[in-house]
Design a binder for this molecule. Structure first.
Ligand code: DGT
Ligand code: CA
Ligand code: CA
Ligand code: ZN
Length: 578
């Protein structure tokens, strides 16, 4: 019997937690299983090895009872407790919890009142209008469940960038430390910095691949080998991620890196160009079609130059016009981290942030920022402790004090993330908004409004004379929340007309605007802001995710207001106000 993997055991505990919750058991019991499941899912080593060392209870959230259940699973492949629960709560009812907005109480309600035991049955019942008659339900919540089911069908198991990138870098670093390794890079969608990642691709060069393969296949993070050969290997990590490794000698690195960076669509175009020159292109080399003679490329520059092109930055390699631009010599001069001078969205203990104004400023200073805009939430947003009108002067005094202490090394500006209410009006009146240096406006609730309504709502905020920036305009969250159904061409045209900047929120779970809409924004003449939305000092370093997204959107420094010197920024914000 093959031993259960960490992911399988984590999955069983997560389902136990769900079943207990549907049964209405105490929240402590539910949480015990849920936390244990998270511990196991994120554990970078083999759970059975920990078990053999008798160290299960050293793991966070694993006590004696849970350790015994893990042992039972590892030795028998089954869990009596799970089987007993599964006999009571149908598995299809547990599956309903994957629908966004569905809690255990509702799942239990649909099961007990209507006898529904699966997502399919639930969908049918919603379409027939049978859910709205239940207590606490209505036509609106019924429609929401239908939308949730459709979103579920679209959902993939691609990883958010911030889960894949650190894992990949850690593995690459280990391989780079081996004496046989000469060069190495993360390739694939990660190198192109897509917002979600299918699998991790790692490339290294060496004259002696065998010891590197051996080391890779035996990394403690590796759960099992999927494919293994002399120069390529695919493994699955304990965290469930797949990693592909390729090794070639350094004189072939250019073609290797180019091929495995992709995208597939970009590669197809490169191969067409090669064929026109009588060459075939693979990960190993160019080959002259007539003579079968190989032409090796040690660098990507050499690959592109052979095709008559300048090197193309990885973020552009999606066959969205970059080949034509390269041929015409009109590739964009993409924004870089070094262009960023300020950060225009962050939260402090004045709302839901974890750190004080000065702590945020000091952290931003070490990252090289010249100025920051503190943008705590306005108080109307029910879910957080927000800034009230009579807090503003006190916060200003604190900011002035911090600025004095910092002696101009970094300048702290006072802003606000004012809530755009469901009707499009703002949480604060005009005279209150006038007290801030720069006003950022965002929507956090009611994002499921119909297209016309939510578009009109955002446009009303864009037209407001005090609003300079719209925060995370579409409101998506990766992987859980679909963006608002905004008519983005209308929104962006309006932003261009009123000279309101649109944010690229650098939080890797938002990346909103995404690459596509950032590019469209700039085409329509809209300015952008790239901001971290940090809720702690550590999160200020997420800026690079936003910059990569901007690069994928063909954005140059001149399009982004926080690359400007502070005076220019403040003048712009003032002049915009009517
Ligand atoms: P992912 O993993 O789904 O996020 O996306 P990628 O782009 O990392 O795709 P992946 O891991 O399947 O392959 C890595 C790169 O290798 C891909 O971007 C281009 C290249 N590649 C893979 N399969 C093919 C293929 O069938 N044809 C061509 N031209 N290139 C391929
Ligand atoms: Ca990949
Ligand atoms: Ca791959
Ligand atoms: Zn926000």
């Amino acid at each position: 019997m093959p031993k259960l993997t960490n992911q399988e055991i984590a999955g069983i505990f997560a389902r136990v937690a769900d079943m207990l919750e549907i049964k209405g058991e105490s929240i402590h019991r539910v949480l015990a299983y849920r936390r244990a499941s998270e511990t196991i899912a994120e554990l970078p080593r083999d759970l059975s090895a920990v078990c053999e060392e008798n160290k299960l209870t050293d793991l966070p959230h694993i006590g004696q009872t849970l350790a015994e259940k893990i042992e039972e699973l590892l030795t028998t492949g089954e869990l009596t407790f799970y089987k007993r629960l599964a006999a009571e709560v149908p598995p299809g009812v547990v599956d309903m919890l994957a629908i966004s907005g569905m809690g255990p109480k509702r799942a239990a309600l649909f099961w007990k009142e209507l006898g529904l035991t699966g997502v399919g049955e639930l969908e049918k019942a919603a379409q027939e209008g049978r859910l709205r008659t239940l207590p606490g339900m209505g036509a609106k919540s019924e429609a929401k469940i239908l939308e949730g089911i459709q979103a579920l069908a679209r959902r993939t198991d691609r990883l958010p960038l911030d889960r894949a990138l650190p894992a990949a870098m850690q593995i690459l670093e280990r391989l780079m430390m081996l004496p046989e390794t000469l060069q190495g890079d993360v390739a694939g969608s990660l190198r192109r910095r897509r917002d979600t990642i299918g699998d991790i691709d790692i490339l290294v060069t060496s004259q002696m691949p065998a010891p590197i393969m051996e080391a890779f296949n035996n990394l403690p993070e590796v759960a099992r080998l999927l494919v293994s050969g002399d120069t390529k290997s695919s493994v699955e990590l304990h965290t469930g991620q797949q990693v592909d490794l390729r090794i070639l000698p350094p004189e072939r690195y250019g073609t290797l890196l180019s091929y495995f960076t992709g995208s597939k669509e970009h590669n197809v175009r490169l191969r067409e160009l090669a064929l026109k020159k009588g060459l075939s292109l693979s990960e190993n080399a160019f080959t002259v079609v007539e003579t079968a003679e190989e032409i090796l490329c040690a660098t990507e520059e050499a690959v592109y130059n052979r095709l008559g092109l300048p090197w193309i930055p990885p973020e552009l390699r999606e066959n969205r016009g970059e080949i034509e631009a390269a041929q015409e010599g009109s590739l964009p001069d993409l924004i870089e981290m070094g262009d960023i001078r300020g950060d225009l969205q962050m939260h402090t203990t004045w709302s839901d942030g974890k750190a004080s104004v000065i702590d945020m400023a000091q952290a931003a200073l070490t990252l090289g920022r010249e100025y920051i805009l503190i943008t705590d939430h306005s108080y109307g947003l029910g879910i957080v402790q927000g800034l009230k009108p009579d807090d503003i002067a006190r916060q200003r005094a604190e900011i002035d004090g911090a600025n004095e202490k910092l002696h101009g090394q970094i300048i702290i500006l006072q802003g606000i993330e004012v809530e755009i209410k469901a009707d499009g009006s703002l949480d604060f009146d005009d005279d209150i908004l006038a007290q801030f240096d720069i006003v950022l406006a965002s929507m956090h609730t009611g994002l499921q409004q119909p297209r016309e309504q939510v578009t009109a709502r955002l446009i009303q905020a864009i037209r407001h004379p005090r609003v300079s920036i719209i925060g995370h305009p579409r409101g998506r969250l990766i992987p859980d929340r679909e963006p608002a159904a905004l008519d983005m061409d209308v929104v962006l045209s309006e932003a261009a007309h009123h000279d309101v900047a649109m944010e690229i929120n650098a939080n890797p779970r938002r990346l909103d605007l995404n690459d596509h809409y950032a590019r469209r924004a700039v085409e329509l003449g809209v300015k952008l802001a790239i901001s971290t939305d940090a809720h702690s000092p550590e999160q200020l370093s997420m800026m690079h995710y936003g910059v990569s997204t901007a690069r994928r959107g063909w954005i140059e420094a001149k399009h982004v207001i926080n690359t400007w010197p502070r005076d220019k920024l403040l003048t712009w914000a003032k002049e915009r106000e009517i």
